[in-house]
Design a protein around this ligand. Sequence first.
Ligand code: SER
Length: 343
Amino acid sequence: MTFLRNLCQRTLATNLRAYSVKAIIKKPPKILITGGLGQLGVECAKYLRRKYGQENVILSDIIQPSAEVVNDGPYIFADILDFKGLQKIVVDHRVDWLIHFSALLSAIGEQNVPLAVRVNIEGMHNVIELAKQYKLRIFVPSTIGAFGPDSPRNPTPNITVQRPRTIYGVSKVHAELLGEYYYHKFGLDFRCLRFPGVISSDPPGGGTTDYAIAIFHDILRKGHYQCYLKPDTRLPMMHVKDALQALSNFLEAPNELLNRRVYNVTSMSFTPEELAEKIIKYVPEFNITYQPDSRQDIADSWPQVFDDSEARRDWNWQPSVDLDNLVELMIKEVKEKIAANDC
Ligand code: SER
């Protein structure tokens, strides 16, 4: 009798242990990233693969990938304008989360408005419907470009007037509203962060804030930079490390913490002149000239300082890279990139 009771207790304890281990080790999400060869995709895939496993993060685009990209993990063809093709990918790979990066940025969008409408707006229609059908969690980045000259610029709060004057901005306001609508109407787990200019060592990708990337490449290669914005143009910015940290924390935040589906995030604000002053410490002999072009009008309609207090309050957003760290990181990373390309 005692033997039987002990056996039962042992079996129960083992079962309970097995159960609690199962409860702790949650299956990692299977993540599909669209627009994977744009400004954020490759770094984002690396970051999330470290977190969720190499095979669980699928990078996709319509562009031929480099050997380096293919060696890093799964890469597939996905055209966001082909709804059936997207359905097949979600089914074949059993996708749980969709990170939708495909978009034409502000300056490049102005050069080809019909293409920006197709990629940024029609593409968004496809992925949001896809996410609804397959009950995916969907992340779509928005931007400081979703504001316009009628918005308060210093600081720009989470909720305020949004009347952007670029097709990029218009498409992002459309994405924000559509996502919120699908959340309220269908319970879709839509999540969106409004990023400031994101700075990484990858070459510039057609954005207005990209002077803050181009300046490092030109100064380290040629010793001078011609800036297309005026020296005192203040814009909100963040290093890609902070952007990925924000994205990842926000994607994991429990729904109960979120008072909104769309949040402002930022790390700092600076002008070309202030950035150049910091770079001089590393490259004393460089020269910068200013020749503003049409991108100046875009920058003049955007926030100067971004208020991200709601993200800090609701899901504990905290940037870690300030202007000094950013310059130090970029000098190192761009030098490495240049050395690798020259090999
Ligand atoms: N980096 C973007 C742009 O300048 C802003 O989100 O277009």
